[in-house]
Design a protein around this ligand. Structure first.
Ligand code: PRP
Ligand code: URA
Ligand code: MG
Length: 209
């Protein structure tokens, strides 16, 4: 079963409080989400492979490590996943970015796919699926399934806030996928919103409500 890593660094938890706060305006919300994504990326990339290269210091020649950033792929789920993507790219600028467009039908809560554009070598990359909210888990599961259909095998999921229901759903459908979150909240309300959560991530990021 996939592991759940809660990124509980004080800086992340501090910023998450302002992300949750309904008084935080769109500009500040976007900035906090971006900053938390960068901090979480530090944790998520902890085990990516290093390779040795030769480097000449002012004193001598030596061997030193670099990460194979080109082997990473970031897969934001549109729209809200876009809000975290630049923050991760700050740490791994060589990663390629693929987009999966999904929206959740407000009645059925089922994900509807409307766009997929992936790097041509996506199967060879370690992928991080990015979405701030893991609610029922339907969207994350659909995105991961779309990647697996294209022969992707190394997939992680990165979210800001997860409901226990969403974690369970992903662990059941994709037991090979580890999940990185800043917080696990209490439950889903009757409209499928995470409680206490932060409201609608896409609307708060883009000011659409
Ligand atoms: O776990 P789930 O129950 O599937 O819910 C989570 C999904 O809902 C939100 O997207 P939304 O459908 O609001 O689309 P948007 O990003 O375009 O606003 C969120 O960004 C996730 O993708
Ligand atoms: O709480 C939630 C659940 C799904 N999507 C959101 O943006 N927020
Ligand atoms: Mg939304």
């Amino acid at each position: 079963m996939g592991k759940v890593f809660v990124c509980d660094h004080p800086l992340i938890q501090h910023k998450l409080t302002y992300i949750r706060d309904e008084r935080t305006n769109t500009k500040d919300f976007r900035e906090y989400v971006d900053e938390v994504a960068t901090l979480m990326a530090y944790e998520i990339t902890r085990n990516i492979p290093l390779e040795k290269i030769k480097v000449k210091t002012p004193v001598t020649e030596t061997e030193s490590s670099i990460i194979s950033g080109r082997m990473l792929g970031l897969i934001p789920i549109l729209r809200a996943g876009l809000g975290m993507t630049e923050g991760v790219l700050k740490l791994v600028p060589a990663a390629k970015v693929g987009h999966i467009g999904l929206y959740r039908d407000p009645e059925t809560l089922q994900p509807i796919e409307y766009y997929v554009k992936l790097p041509t070598d996506v199967q060879e990359r370690e992928l991080i699926v990015i979405d701030p909210m893991l609610a029922t888990g339907g969207s994350a599961n659909a995105a991961i399934t779309a990647l697996k259909k294209r022969d992707c095998t190394q997939i992680k999921l990165m979210c800001l806030i997860a409901a226990p229901e969403g974690i369970e759903a992903v662990q059941k459908e994709h037991p090979d996928v580890d999940i990185y979150v800043a917080a696990v909240d209490e439950y889903l309300n009757d409209h499928g919103y995470i409680v206490p959560g932060l409201g609608d991530a896409g609307d708060r990021l883009f000011g659409t409500k």
